[in-house]
Design a protein around this ligand. Structure first.
Ligand code: ZN
Length: 132
């Protein structure tokens, strides 16, 4: 069974910490040992795992992507959001986290972030937890 986490973003570019929501899905499944698959079914969003303790890391990631992939840089895609599509592909639509003792096996400073690159929008993340 696939579970969905709804995410409401408030900016064009934004990283949203969804670690607690993903952990809640793991607990709902009752699976203690296994794998948690995360999938973003959008073409202008992504998912990543990085530091959740210092919020300035999110800003650095967004600002660096913005410098590397600026809007309006002569793209062929006419919808006006080509930079959003490129950011989505570079960051990626999937993550995998192991589940041990019913908990996501994340490092001390790690958090799971939904990455919005063409907000604000209503988004969702598909979560599938598979027991070993
Ligand atoms: Zn587009």
């Amino acid at each position: 069974m696939v579970h969905y986490i709804n995410v409401r973003t408030g900016s064009r570019n934004e990283l949203v910490d969804i670690t607690d929501e993903v952990q809640a899905v793991v607990e709902e499944t009752g699976i203690k040992e296994g794998v948690c698959y995360l999938y973003v079914p959008h073409t202008t969003a992504a998912i990543t795992i990085n530091e959740g303790a210092d919020p300035s890391v999110k800003d650095d990631i967004i600002n660096t992507l913005q410098k590397l992939i600026p809007p309006g840089a002569g793209y062929a895609h006419m919808e006006g959001n080509a930079d959003s599509h490129v950011k989505s592909t570079i960051v990626g639509a999937t993550e995998i986290v192991f589940v041990e003792n019913g908990k996501l096996l994340l490092g001390t400073w790690q958090a799971i972030f939904f990455c919005e690159f063409d907000g604000p929008r209503h988004r969702r993340v598909a979560v599938k937890v598979v027991g070993q």
